[in-house]
Design a protein around this ligand. Structure first.
Ligand code: COA
Length: 147
């Protein structure tokens, strides 16, 4: 399946469209929401296509300026889940970041993002911190992986 998935670096408008299909995220996020995050930072904006149809995205940027690359947002349209789209996006991001000289991928997720946590554990990320929230489901989980 993975060989049918094409990853492209795209303008943020393409991500805004895909984001609207991801039920767990706020569909209203517009271009400015994304642009304000990575303003003046090195960034990667990628979308995964199956048969020319956009299926999922990752937006990452050099948040910490410590040699790590921060995977900020990742999501896949529910119609295209469990087809290895996230894996293809992550593989692209890892290779891109390594090529640019970054040494680590950092990511923050939540207790209630079970699929993401499964991916992160299975594919070699290590826990670095847990930030407590009143609702344990919302606890932020910080992880990283060496490139
Ligand atoms: C998390 C998400 C991006 C996964 O996308 P996906 O394209 O379906 O994932 P993949 O098919 O590439 O699967 C990658 C790995 O994730 C894990 N995984 C994905 N879906 C899973 C599920 N339903 N149950 C258990 N593990 C799952 C598995 O480890 C899988 O690896 P494997 O196929 O080798 O076992 C998608 O479920 C999503 O968009 N969720 C809502 C938004 C979200 O939580 N984003 C992350 C915020 S930090």
């Amino acid at each position: 399946m993975t060989d049918k998935i094409i990853i492209k670096e795209v303008p943020i408008d393409e991500v805004v469209k895909v984001n609207a299909t991801i039920v767990e995220f706020d569909a209203q996020y517009q271009k400015d929401y994304f642009d304000n995050k990575y303003k003046n930072k090195d960034k990667l904006i990628i979308v995964a296509y199956i048969d020319n149809h956009p299926t999922g995205y990752i937006v990452g940027y050099d948040r910490f300026e410590d040699g790590s690359f921060y995977c900020w947002m990742a999501g896949v349209n529910p119609r295209f889940r469990k087809l290895s789209v996230l894996k293809a996006l992550m593989n692209y991001e890892n290779a891109w970041a390594k090529e640019k000289g970054y040494n680590t991928i950092k990511i923050k997720t939540r207790n209630n993002r079970r699929e993401m946590l499964s991916y992160l554990i299975k594919y070699g990320f290590a826990f670095t911190e847990v930030i407590q929230y009143p609702d344990i489901d919302n606890n932020r989980i910080l992880l990283e992986k060496e490139l």
